[in-house]
Each structure stands twice: as C-alpha cells, then as structure tokens.
Design a protein around this ligand. Structure first.
Ligand code: BGC
Length: 415
C-alpha cells in the first residue's frame, strides 16, 4: 500500500519498502504560441524547482483535436505520455477506457472537492474518482479590441449586435481589417459558440449544443446564427484562410485590425507583446452573450504508468497545478482565471478581474455553459461533426438554411 506525502521539495511516494522520488514528466499539450509558452514555462519552472524534469511533446492546434489524434496513436502503440492537456468530454472518454490514473489520494489530502467548482468537477472526476487536475477556466465569448483604433473612430464598446456590426463597418471604411480571424475549423467553431448564444440565449444554447435537440439544431434561430457567421465572414481580410489564432491576435495588437472574437488565451498574446488590459487593448463579451459565459477548462490527466518514479512525478505535477500560488502565477500569464474558487483577484488585470466576476455571476445565475468548440458541450465525435458543418458553411459551401439542416444530420450520425 502506497502513501503520498508532500515535502518541501518534490512529492514522494512512500511504499512499505522505499521512498521514491519524482524524476521526469513527459507532457503532451498544444500550448505553442508565445503567450502559451510563457505560461507553460511557469509550470516547467515550478517542477524544475522541485527536481522534476520535463520532456516536451507539443502538438499545435486550439481545441486540441490534433493533440488528441497524436495521443491516440501513442496509447495504441503502448507508449502513453505521463501527463496530457485535456478538455472536458475527452477526459471522460479516456477515463471510461480505464486509461487514467486515480488522483483521489492527493485530491483528498489537498481538499480539491472543496475548492474546485462543480462545473469543473463534472469533468475532473469519473464515477466519483478524480482523474485530472484542472489548471484554469477559459471562456470563449470574448471580443478583443484595439483601443487606439476605437479612439480614432470614436467607438464605444458595442452593447448590441447591431452596434458591433456598425463598429466593424466603421473600421473597414477607415481601411482597417474589421475582424481578425484565422480560417481553421476550431476557430470558426469558437466564434460560432457566441453566435448561437447571442441569437438564442441560454435555453437555446443548452437545447442545441448540449442536449443536441434536433428541433433546436434545425431551427430558425440556428439559421440566424449561421447568418451572423456570414456577416462576420464579410469582415475578415482576404488572407484569413489557415491563419493561426495568435497571428490574428497580433493583428489586433499591432493596430492592423479592430476586433478578434476569441477565448481569453488571446490575452496571453497581448501580455506577451508587452501590452496591458484596458490600455492598448480591451475586452468585452460578444454582444448578445452578456451575462453568460461559455467556458472550457484545461486539465492535466495522468495516464496509467507502472513505475514508481513516474507515478511520483505525476503526483508532483498534479500537486503543483493545484497549488493556489501556481494558479495565480500561471493564469495571470495565460489569460485564463483560476480553477479554484478560493483565489483572490488582486493579482489579475482588468480583463482577468472582469472574467472572474462574470464567471462567478454566470455560475450563480444559470449562465454558465460548456463551450462546444473546446470540448465542454458534447463528446468529441459530435464536436467534430459540428466543426465540419460550421467550417464548410463559413467557406461558402452551404447557405445558412442548408447549414442548419446539415447540423441536424451530422449530429444525428455522430451520436
Ligand atoms: C485551450 C487553451 C489554448 C487554446 C489555443 C484551447 O482549446 O483550452 O489553453 O490556449 O486552445 O491553443
């Protein structure tokens, strides 16, 4: 029987016969942009300080689809990484396969159940056992805006969809790119989250994206959500196809573009570029989605390993991720907010403080929903089916009415 013990340095596993020290973690993740790498360095540095080495396994691509493909290949080859960045329903799928280590001992010792909000625990636990350690809470319904362009054009933060469109028209007329966007399926899906919420509100988002109700998926409101995607498509520049999200963020940061609709990992890019929230850039909720938060939470799941040193390393990593100090140090760089409810917002910038307050408010008032684009509304096969329809429509393959019909069929086939 093993016991875990947190020491001043690395966590050690104590079996009846020996004390085993943590040595190294191999971490599969998709944090490859400048802001993401800066945040990852906080974690690497923390572990290195405890004598735990880091083997990096990066696979770029927001939403993690590509990382999950690589993970599947590694597991099939009998060589899983020790720790994996994972989102929502993927965690549950791997746990159901029996592939994930049980973190209950550490979770109990550190009281995770008391500080991790219920919306995250539903993904971090499987059949009552802790299977992953949540790093953060991101949300996808943000607009990132260039303050200098706003001032030059005399724009206020828009309070409605019409005002949002009018602001983009003004930017375009002045020669700016109105909407910085990268044409990749997961980015199209990220903005789609907000169109669905903005058109239909919380009940509709729940019915369509979470409950997968065919009536909601094929409804007039869904058609309107796709029409709003067409409006947005009209405001992106000619070179949007295939562009990485962080390059779209850079267009806002360097004054080429007015807005980007993106999760708050975009803030990590502005910070990495030396900018400050409320000064060079500003954030507000996608007009129509105010009062709601579509969230995702990066978590580290630990794959079953058999040697004691690897197990000790996994526990050291999970313990580091859950520490209150780490949650502040990491999330202030990453753009996300803490995965614990007991953290002060004092160290966070204006957008972080707003995000923390809105998250708490949305959770208390029925406005908190998992992001479809980032694996928290439905399972990966439905998510991928939705990606295909959304991106085909965004690229002009279907009109809005056909896209809504395609959603019904694609989801039905994927369920
Ligand atoms: C992850 C973020 C990441 C973003 C872009 C999201 O799915 O949750 O941590 O920064 O993708 O790579």
């Amino acid at each position: 029987m093993r016991m875990m013990k947190i020491t001043g340095a690395a966590l050690v596993l104590m079996s009846s016969t020996a004390i085993v020290h943590a040595d190294n973690v191999e971490v599969l993740h998709w944090w490859t942009s400048g802001g993401e790498a800066a945040a990852l360095n906080v974690l690497k540095g923390d572990l290195e300080g405890q004598g735990v080495g880091w083997t990096d396994m990066p696979v770029a691509g927001g939403g993690g689809s590509d990382a999950m493909t690589v993970l599947r290949a590694r597991v099939t080859a009998g060589d899983p990484p020790t720790a994996v960045q994972m989102l929502g329903f993927s965690i549950q799928d791997w746990a159901a396969e029996g592939a994930l280590a049980n973190l209950n001992g550490l979770a109990e010792e550190q009281g995770w159940a008391d500080v991790v909000p219920a919306a995250l625990q539903q993904f971090s636990t499987f059949e009552g056992n802790w299977v992953s350690a949540p790093v953060n809470v991101h949300s996808t319904n943000w607009v990132w805006a260039n303050s200098a362009i706003m001032a030059e054009l005399g724009l206020e933060q828009p309070g409605s969809w019409d005002e949002f469109v009018a602001a983009m028209e003004a930017a375009e007329a002045a020669g700016y790119t109105a909407l910085a966007h990268g044409g990749q399926a997961w980015q199209d899906a990220t903005i789609f989250d907000s169109m669905v919420m903005g058109v239909g509100g919380p009940d509709f988002y729940q019915a369509a994206m979470v409950d997968l109700d065919p009536e909601a998926l094929g409804s007039e409101q869904m058609v309107e959500a796709f029409q709003r995607m067409e409006t947005l498509r009209g405001f992106v520049d000619d070179n949007f196809s295939g562009r990485d999200w962080n390059l779209a963020s850079a267009m806002v940061a360097n004054g080429e573009a007015l807005f980007q609709i993106m999760g708050d990992w975009a803030k990590g890019e502005f910070i990495a570029a030396g900018q400050t929230a409320g000064e060079e850039f500003q954030c507000f909720r996608v007009p129509g989605t105010e009062g709601t938060v579509t969230f995702n939470s990066d978590q580290f799941a630990m794959f079953n390993v058999t040697d004691d040193a690897s197990m000790a390393s996994q526990m050291a990593m999970a313990s580091a991720v859950m520490s209150p100090e780490f949650q502040v140090a990491f999330n202030t760089v990453k753009g996300s907010v803490p995965a614990r409810t007991d953290i002060s917002d004092a160290e966070f910038d204006a957008c972080g403080q707003l995000g923390m307050a809105q998250l708490a408010d949305a959770a208390a008032n029925g406005g908190l929903f998992g992001s479809m684009a980032h694996g928290h509304a439905n399972n990966p096969s439905v998510q991928n089916a939705m990606y295909d329809v959304i991106t085909a429509h965004f690229n002009g393959e279907f009109d809005a009415a056909t896209a809504a019909e395609e959603m019904v069929t694609a989801v039905e086939l994927a369920m």
